[in-house]
Design a protein around this ligand. Structure first.
Ligand code: G3I
Length: 358
C-alpha cells in the first residue's frame, strides 16, 4: 500500500536525521562551528585507508596536521631530494573534506636524517641547507598549509629558560650562536619569504603554564613583535601527565601571549592515563581526564586570541604515548581503540557547545 511506503520513507528519514532516540548529537566539528575555534588532530597517512579512521577524522575535525611526515627525516631524506608523497596524501584528504592544514615542523632537533646530523657541515653550509629546506617545503605547500610550526622545542628542559644546544644553534649552528634567538628569527624570515600568507608559529612543550620556559618564550616573542619579525602565533603542545592541569596558570599565560598580538593554538593535546597490561585505564581516571579536556578547552574558548584546539591523534589505537611510556600509560585521547567516544570527548564537546555564542 502506498501510505505504508510513505510512512516507511518518513520514519527512515527522521531516524537518519537523528529524531530516533533524541536529537542526533553533534560532532566536535559541528559543535565548534560558530565559536570560530578550529578543532584539529594529528594524522598518520598509513591509517587513512582504514575506514573507521578516515570517517571519524572527516566527521569530527575541521583541521589536521601531519604527525610525522613533514619532519626532515621523511620529507628531506637525501640532501638533494625531497619526498612530499605522504604529506601530499594528508593535504589532499584535508582538501576533500574541507579541513585546514597545520604544518609541523620545519626546524627541530629530533627526527633529522643521518645525512644532515652526520654530515660535518660548516655553519655556512648548514645555513644554506636549512634555508633551502624551509623555502622548498613551505613553497611546496604555499596556499595549502595555512599555519606552520616553524621552530619546535628550541628551549632547553634542563637549563630552563635557555636555548637548547642543537645542530641549528651551536653544534655547529648556522653562524648565529651567541646571538640568542637570532637563528630562530632567521628561520621565521625564510618561511615568510616562501609564503607570506602562512601564519607562522613557535611551538613548545611544557610551556603552557607560566614558568621559566614560557617566560623565556614570552621574552622572545615580545622582542620579535617589537622588531617586526614575522611571527603570528605560539603553539602550546599540552601533553598532560599525572592528571594535573593548572588551568588558572594556563589562562594567565594565554592572556599575556595574546596581549602581544599573537594567536595561541593548542597543538598537541593529550592526557595520559596509567593503564594495565591490557591497555585499560581506571574508570575514575576517565572522568578526571574528561574534566581536564573540558576545563582546558573552556579556558581556550574564553580568550578571543586562541584560535585552534588540536589533539595529538584522536584514537587510543594510534598514540605515541604507549610506545613512549613502554605501555605503562595510554588512553590519552577522546576516542577509544574502537573509535567509541570517551568521557573526554564529551568534555571537549561540552566546552565547544557552550562557547558557540562567544
Ligand atoms: O618511519 C619509521 C618507520 O620507517 C619504521 O619502520 C618505524 C619503526 O619504529 O619507525 C618509524 O619512525 C617513527 C616515526 O614516529 C614515524 O612513525 C619513529 O620510530 C618514532 O620515534 C616517531 O615518533 C614520533 C615522535 O614525535 C618523534 O618524531 C611520534 O609518532 C610523534 O607523535 C612525536 O610527536 C612529537 C611532536 O612532533 C613534537 N612534540 C612532542 C611529540 C611527542 O613526542
Amino acid at each position: 500500500m502506498k501510505w505504508r511506503a510513505l510512512v516507511f520513507v518518513l520514519v527512515t528519514a527522521l531516524l537518519c536525521l537523528g529524531f530516533g532516540d533524541g536529537v542526533r548529537e553533534q560532532s566536535l566539528r559541528e559543535a565548534a562551528q560558530g565559536s570560530g575555534m578550529l578543532i584539529g588532530t594529528a594524522v598518520r597517512p598509513a591509517q587513512l585507508s582504514e575506514m573507521a579512521y578516515s570517517s571519524t577524522l572527516a566527521r569530527e575535525f575541521n583541521m589536521l596536521e601531519p604527525e610525522d611526515v613533514l619532519k626532515w627525516e621523511v620529507v628531506h631524506p637525501e640532501r638533494e631530494s625531497f619526498d612530499f608523497s605522504q604529506g601530499d596524501q594528508i593535504v589532499d584528504f584535508a582538501a576533500r573534506h574541507g579541513m585546514k592544514v597545520r604544518g609541523h615542523t620545519l626546524v627541530w632537533h629530533q627526527q633529522n636524517p643521518k645525512w644532515l646530523t652526520d654530515g660535518r657541515y660548516t655553519s655556512g653550509e648548514l645555513a644554506q641547507i636549512i634555508e633551502k629546506h624551509i623555502k622548498t617545503v613551505v613553497g611546496h605547500y604555499r596556499g595549502k598549509i595555512f599555519a606552520w610550526d616553524v621552530v619546535n622545542e628550541a628551549f632547553d628542559e634542563l637549563h630552563v629558560g635557555e636555548l637548547r644546544s642543537t645542530i641549528w644553534l651551536n653544534q655547529p649552528g648556522i653562524g648565529l650562536a651567541g646571538n640568542g634567538s637570532s637563528y630562530i628569527e632567521r628561520c621565521f624570515r625564510w618561511a615568510h619569504e616562501a609564503d607570506p600568507q602562512a601564519l607562522l608559529f613557535y611551538n613548545e612543550a611544557g610551556a603552557e603554564v607560566v614558568n621559566p620556559k614560557s617566560d623565556a618564550i614570552y621574552a622572545m616573542v615580545r622582542d620579535f613583535r617589537q622588531r617586526g619579525v614575522p611571527i603570528d602565533g605560539v603553539g602550546f603542545q599540552m601533553h598532560i601527565e599525572k592528571l594535573r592541569a593548572d588551568v588558572a596558570s594556563i589562562s594567565a599565560n594565554i592572556k599575556r601571549f595574546t596581549a602581544l598580538g599573537v594567536q595561541v593554538h593548542i597543538t598537541e593535546m593529550d592526557v595520559a592515563l596509567p593503564v594495565d597490561p591490557n591497555g585499560n585505564p581506571r574508570p575514575e581516571d576517565l572522568q578526571m581526564q574528561a574534566d581536564i579536556y573540558r576545563e582546558v578547552a573552556a579556558a581556550f574558548l574564553s580568550h578571543p586570541g586562541c584560535t585552534a584546539i588540536q589533539t595529538w591523534g584522536f584514537t587510543d589505537k594510534y598514540s605515541w604515548i604507549g610506545s613512549h611510556s613502554k605501555k605503562t600509560q595510554g588512553a590519552a585521547l577522546p576516542f577509544d581503540r574502537y573509535y567509541g567516544t570517551k568521557p573526554a570527548y564529551d568534555g571537549l564537546r561540552d566546552a565547544l557547545e557552550r562557547a558557540r555564542s562567544r
